[in-house]
Design a protein around this ligand. Structure first.
Ligand code: GLA
Length: 388
């Protein structure tokens, strides 16, 4: 019996037969805030994530416990009332998935106990919530034999995030967490859902994730504001251009767009989206050429654009990126939604230790916060672990 199963038995005081599931987090290498604009993104599933130990119940209750929120105790929820309730905190993600499945007419004839434990920092841009949502979708699919594909599970999880939790995110996080491939990042076309695996490796360099440990409470509302700005701009542009998404535009068209989208802020949002899409395309060429420095310079340009045009970085992220570049990174940028959370840096292997020490020291001096650093591997998407 594994350690997590033991904890399950301890919490639920039962000897049920259990299954062990695992859902990774993700890091996005380039292509930020364009997954809801039909753009290309380049994320990977990573070696930190969320475990779930599940045992069937023979009533219509779900009992949910998270070792990450132990003080919240065991939520005991009936399958006949799955409405969102603020005081149910993280458990709302599980409720939302089951609620949506029932709404769609799937048979959910019995409940389950779920023990959750994860090592993803929450609200840090590494997709702890998508990891949980996809975990629950995968568990439900397995437990109730729903026959959903991985892409369908990702879409289900995204729908819950959008409509049940009220965060109008794109599909990137859920899709990579559902479909990740070991040792690969995936180039994802968010308009067609086509995915192309790539080893995303440069000889002599590694990706280091840097966590600002700075959490802003307004991330969801600011995020939704950006989504809304993009759709407003798209509508204005569609009066002149036949496009489905902002990412259907190319940088050469920006001069004309400036005369259509007259609001400066809105125009800057479009500028970020269009140039970011172009950077992803160029980054793929840099990778094919094995040109780490070129790839790094695109990471830097992405950060500048997210800072100045899209305005989703902030002092803490900017500082980490600036210090990382000072201490040996050849490229660095915010990853994920921004407004705090994490950045990624591409660093020569021999300089990683110095970078972590020096950036950690100077960031602490300037902000009073100790940052965290993670060196992760790229892993497969959500799956069953056969050792419960
Ligand atoms: C969050 C969202 C994603 C994506 C990123 C920004 O992680 O969940 O859909 O938009 O922000 O690229």
């Amino acid at each position: 019996m594994n350690e997590l199963a033991r904890k399950y038995y301890n919490i639920f005081q039962s000897q049920d037969e259990v299954k062990h599931y695992y859902s990774p987090g993700r890091v996005n290498l380039i292509g930020e805030h364009i997954d809801y604009n039909g753009g290309l993104v380049f994320p990977a599933a990573i070696s930190i994530g969320t475990h779930g130990i599940v045992g069937k119940r023979n009533d219509r209750m779900i009992h949910l416990f998270s070792a990450n929120y132990p003080l919240e105790g065991v939520f005991k929820i009936s399958l006949s009332d799955l409405s969102f309730q603020k005081e149910h905190g993280w458990a709302n993600y599980a409720k939302g998935i089951l609620d949506e499945l029932i709404e769609r007419g799937y048979q959910i004839p019995f409940g389950f106990n779920l023990y959750v434990e994860g090592d993803l920092p929450t609200a840090s841009g590494l997709s702890s919530s998508a990891s949980l949502e996809v975990l629950i979708s995968f568990i439900a699919n397995d437990l109730y034999q729903l026959g959903l594909t991985r892409v369908e599970m990702a879409l289900l999880a995204q729908g819950v995030e959008n409509d049940y939790m009220g965060m109008h995110c794109g599909l990137m996080d859920q899709l990579i967490i559902a479909c990740g491939i070991k040792d690969h990042a995936l180039l994802m076309n968010t308009a067609t859902l086509e995915m192309t695996p790539s080893r995303a490796k440069f000889d002599g360099y590694e990706i280091v994730i840097m966590n600002t440990n700075y959490k802003r409470k307004t991330t969801d509302s600011k995020y939704n504001e950006r989504v809304c700005e993009c759709s407003t701009a798209l509508k204005q542009i569609q009066n002149h251009f036949q496009i489905d998404y902002l990412c259907d535009l190319n940088p050469k068209q920006l001069m004309k767009i400036e005369t259509i989208v007259k609001d400066k802020t809105l125009f800057n949002r479009v500028k970020h989206v269009v140039t970011e899409q172009d950077r992803v395309i160029t980054a793929m060429i840099a990778m094919k050429n094995g040109d780490a420095k070129w790839f790094g310079s695109l990471l830097n340009a992405s950060h500048e654009s997210l800072k100045n045009d899209y305005e989703v970085t902030g002092l803490h992220l900017d500082l980490l990126v600036e210090k990382a570049l000072k201490y040996g990174a050849i490229g660095a940028r915010v990853t994920g939604a921004g407004f705090g959370g994490c950045a990624v840096a591409l660093v020569e292997i021999g300089l990683i230790k110095q970078l972590i020490d020096q950036v950690g020291k100077e960031y602490l001096e300037l902000t009073g916060i100790t940052p965290d650093f993670y060196q992760v591997t790229f892993e497969e998407g959500v799956h069953i672990i056969d050792n419960a």
